[in-house]
Design a protein around this ligand. Structure first.
Ligand code: ADP
Ligand code: MG
Length: 350
């Protein structure tokens, strides 16, 4: 640690993305085959005929998951899926993973086996080889870090930085469900903590619980895009909420965007839960995160190919950078999009 005579900067002053910028801005790549380093869903390494695509994600007990309500098997499954989602977001096919874990004393062998049941299930479902990792003890709790490696032809890879003015903005599936699932689990945890005799009321909420505890990555959408012979102009997965991801595309592509509130897909179960919490479902969709849907932009010429597809929703279009990134509300008001995360490192506003 540096000595404390100099005034130190609180990490929350920069936020997660500011901190990443700060520590990586002077990182230069040395190898010609490093096509993309820091700054996208995954790094891209060129091996001639094909490219390797690499991403890594870290899950920390108490920050990313709470073991009071997270089944260990689901946790293992989710740890893999969130990484695969970043590979699909590059329009690549994940092939291998490595898994590193740090375990505190409260865990028994059987617990770790349960986590691995989930990891192995995800490997079956997504056709992935588990090829290594690392194991350590931990003083404070459980940490799982997964690295995923994927493959793609160079010309098929889709970055965040290549959206063009007038492109159509699309999202897959629906948004906000994972966040509402988390709210429900947190509510039931509070009730249980106050009255340990009570049973949590989780029946009837299967959809949003599944969105939070056992998310899926959009393998099907990447396959569909190939079938339809569509290469998106830009793509990112939705891990931090629609607003945050759209702002990444806009910033990296030097463009603006206009999306429409009434076009944003929200499941009825998500809406119902939000109403129960007296919350706007739109807020969950824009800022909730962890939906692991894909957000992509398309050239207008491709629009006819997707316009009737039940799982692909056009929500707006790319504009010139000077127009900013805005949401047009149902009342017709233009509201600037803001990246508002829920993690303490992500307190930033853009
Ligand atoms: P995602 O949400 O898609 O997982 P992140 O927002 O975590 O992406 O990361 C953005 C970019 O910054 C990625 O290219 C990632 O590899 C890179 N990155 C994040 N943390 C670090 C770090 N500590 N050192 C170097 N690169 C990092
Ligand atoms: Mg991502």
């Amino acid at each position: 640690m540096k000595n404390d005579q100099k005034k130190l900067t609180e990490i929350s002053e920069l936020g997660e993305f500011g901190l990443i910028d700060q520590i990586t801005k002077d990182v230069k790549t040395k190898h010609k085959n490093t096509l993309k380093g820091v700054g996208d869903d995954a790094a891209v390494i060129d091996y001639g005929n094909t490219c390797s695509v690499v991403t890594t994600d870290l899950l920390i007990e108490g920050i990313h998951f709470n073991l009071i309500y997270t089944p260990l098997k689901h946790l293992g499954y989710k740890a893999v899926v969130v990484n695969l989602s970043d590979i699909y977001a590059m329009n690549a096919i994940p092939k291998q993973i490595t898994v590193s874990i740090a375990i505190s004393k409260k865990f028994a062998v059987e617990h770790i086996e349960e986590i691995y049941e989930g990891i192995k299930l995800a490997c079956e479902v997504y056709n992935i080889d588990l090829v290594g990792g690392d194991t350590s003890s931990s003083l404070t709790g459980l940490t799982i870090s997964v690295t995923a490696i994927g493959e793609a032809n160079k010309e098929d890879i889709v970055y965040r930085s290549t959206a063009q003015n007038t492109d159509i903005i699309c999202v897959t599936g629906n948004l906000g469900g994972a966040y509402m699932g988390l709210q429900l689990l947190e509510r039931e945890k509070e009730i249980f903590t106050a009255n340990p005799g009570t049973q949590p009321k989780l029946e009837g909420y299967d959809y949003i619980l599944q969105r939070q505890l056992k998310p899926e990555a959009r393998k099907d959408m990447v396959e569909l895009l190939k079938e339809l012979k569509i290469t998106p102009t830009a793509m990112i997965d939705i891990s931090d909420g629609l607003s945050s991801e759209l702002l990444h595309i806009c910033k990296n592509s030097n463009v603006g965007c206009k999306i429409f509130q009434d076009k944003i897909p929200i499941d009825l179960n998500t809406e119902k839960m939000a109403k129960e919490f007296k919350m706007e479902p739109l807020i969950a969709a824009l800022n909730g995160g962890e939906d692991y849907e894909l957000l992509f932009t398309l050239n207008g010429n491709d629009f006819d190919k997707i316009k009737d597809h039940a799982l692909i929703h056009p929500i707006g279009h790319i504009t010139g950078q000077k127009n900013g990134a805005v949401l047009i509300s149902e009342a017709g008001q233009a509201i600037p999009l803001q990246a508002q995360g829920w993690n303490p490192l992500k307190k930033e506003k853009k």
